[in-house]
Design a protein around this ligand. Structure first.
Ligand code: ZN
Length: 148
């Protein structure tokens, strides 16, 4: 068995233990059915092409992963998921000023403009508070191959 075959087997075993095999399945088979909000008055907004919004994909993936992890706790898992994960993420996602602000059930998807950014002046983030500790896992010159 090759390393690729072993990884594919591990991935398949991991997916077999999941309730939903992907974030897309989680959204279309669970979120879209269980979360019901009025959207015709724009008090809440949802984009049918939610997968085109980076923030939505990031938040929904986080929700899916938390759901999969917390569903293993039969006592408090789902309550924790709703109160500490679903409620705050869904409040942002469905907010008329949120990532779907230009879209809607009737409008469909509308392209959104990313937040503007400008490059920081050199040295702005040189302080150690703005860096993560990092150790090179492969120290040395990568081209300094051993000789026999
Ligand atoms: Zn959209």
């Amino acid at each position: 068995m090759t390393a690729e075959d072993e990884q594919a087997l591990k991935d398949e075993e991991r997916r077999a233990t999941l309730i939903f095999p992907s974030v897309e399945a989680f959204v279309t088979d669970y979120i879209a059915h269980i979360v019901q909000r009025r959207t015709d008055d724009r008090s809440h907004v949802w984009c049918p092409s939610w997968w085109t919004h980076g923030e939505a994909v990031a938040r929904l993936t986080a929700l899916w992963r938390a759901f999969e992890y917390l569903s293993g706790d039969p006592a408090l898992g789902m309550s924790t998921w709703w109160l500490h994960h679903a409620d705050p993420h869904l409040a942002v996602l469905l907010d008329p000023r949120g990532p779907f602000h230009a879209c809607g059930s009737e409008l469909g998807h509308q392209a959104c403009v990313p937040l503007p950014t400008a490059p920081a002046p050199p040295g702005t983030f040189d302080h150690e508070a703005f860096t993560l500790p990092y150790e090179d896992p492969f120290p040395g010159d990568p081209l300094n191959l051993p000789t026999s």
